[in-house]
Ligand binder design. Structure first.
Ligand code: PLP
Length: 399
């Protein structure tokens, strides 16, 4: 490679980091980042192979460990997040699972917020206890519950904020303090906020994870995930686990995600502006019981959202007074907004959590989590907002 060491973009603003961060160029000097669709690498001599394997000379060994295209994606994400190090994974869940597993051993204890993405909840609540790691679930918005759940063997606190689909805000700085006071660390799943709108590491978290499947790709093409933390954290807890267990991101997907990062701020800002418009449009309409959006003044944690986020995000939720029949009538009447369960996508997507993403939970647990039958989650896309407003009006008319 002719630019073996990428230029550091950390002194530049986020949009610039997202265009240039991490770029390495081959001997051809290509403008666009190259896709290295290769499983392995050849060495000029036996001596070179020996010294690479010993770690004495830098270079790639095997794409389960690292790959130039994957490395560019990791580096660009790290520069955006302001993290020292990053490791990409095949999906968001691979990132969550590795980040949790890498921090615990049998006999340890995890405290997690109840309002988690379903598969994240499976990892902490069902999977980890099978390996002797206990887990306590708390109401993430109640700091007293986090404190009360701490034990001498607590190693990891885990949360998402804003939560899915209630868009509750958890005080990341306060939970980080509770973690550190108890000798534990805090991992934040920052998918809903995106790296542009919330910086958990600056707020005191030790590790941040993303499903790159969501806003980072943002065009519904591939799965991906990433773990970001200090160099020491990655080396001690994540590096070997990923290398030896193999949830590696495909170089092809890394290339798609790397190119997507160039447009992340353009997409997220546009989608967010439309989300604000749509939240305001829906609020107070007949049949709409409440609208949930973090930076609306009627959000229960508006002040906290303002304090720790730079914007409310691209997703809003709203509850229809008529319960499930109303939610179904509304969503079935939409022509532009698609019924699906991705989020952060260029295409606007509506989801009925009670019958899809959260259907496995019993009714009582759903209600306790703030997921009534009339709740819809709306991931706002890149369409013209006026067309989206027309579409929402079709839904309202159908009520
Ligand atoms: C989608 C999602 C995940 C899982 O990501 P995958 O890429 O689907 O594996 C984890 N956490 C949150 C908050 C998500 O939205």
């Amino acid at each position: 490679m002719s630019e073996k060491t990428p230029i550091d973009t950390r002194h530049l603003r986020p949009a610039t980091r997202l265009v240039h961060g991490g770029t390495m160029r081959s001997q051809f000097g290509e403008t666009s980042e190259a896709l290295f669709l290769t499983q392995g690498y050849v060495y000029g001599s036996m001596e070179e192979a020996e010294s690479r394997f010993k770690g004495e000379t830098p270079g790639f060994l095997y794409s389960r460990f690292s790959n130039p295209t994957v490395a560019m994606f990791e580096r660009r994400m790290a520069e955006l997040e302001g993290a020292e190090a990053a490791r990409a994974t095949a999906s968001g869940m691979a990132a969550v699972t590795a980040s949790v597993m890498g921090q615990v051993k049998a006999g340890d204890h995890i405290v997690a917020a109840k309002a988690l993405f379903g598969s994240c909840r499976y990892v902490v609540e069902d999977l980890m206890p099978r390996f002797g790691v206990a887990c306590t679930l708390v109401d993430g918005t109640d700091l007293a519950q986090w404190k009360a759940a701490m034990r001498p063997n607590t190693k990891v606190l885990f949360l998402e904020s804003p939560t899915n689909p209630q868009l509750e805000i958890i005080d990341i700085a306060a939970v980080a303090d509770i973690a550190h006071a108890g000798g534990a660390s805090l991992t934040v799943d920052n998918v809903f906020a995106t790296p542009l709108l919330q910086s958990p590491l600056e707020l005191g978290a030790d590790c941040v994870v993303y499903s790159a499947t969501k806003h980072v790709d943002g065009q519904g093409r591939c799965l991906g995930g990433i773990i970001l933390a200090s160099e020491q954290f990655i080396q001690e807890k994540i590096h070997n686990l990923l290398r030896q267990t193999g949830p590696a991101l495909s170089p092809f997907n890394a290339w798609v995600l790397l190119k997507s990062l160039e447009t992340l701020p353009v997409r997220v800002n546009h989608q967010m502006q439309s989300a604000v418009r749509l939240a305001d449009h829906l609020a107070g309409k007949t049949g709409v019981a409440r609208v949930l959006y973090p930076t609306r003044t009627d959000h229960p944690q508006y002040e906290l959202a303002k304090k720790q986020m730079r914007g409310g995000g691209t997703v809003l939720s709203f509850e229809l007074a008529g319960g499930k029949p109303a939610a179904f009538r509304f969503a079935n009447a939409l022509q532009i907004v698609k019924i699906s369960n991705n989020l952060g996508d260029a295409k606007s997507i509506i989801t009925h959590p009670a019958t899809t993403t959260h259907q496995r939970l019993p009714l009582e647990a759903r209600l306790e989590m703030g997921i009534p039958e009339g709740l819809l989650r709306f991931s706002v896309g890149l369409e013209d907002v006026e067309d989206l407003i027309d579409d929402v009006n079709r839904g309202l008319t159908a009520l």
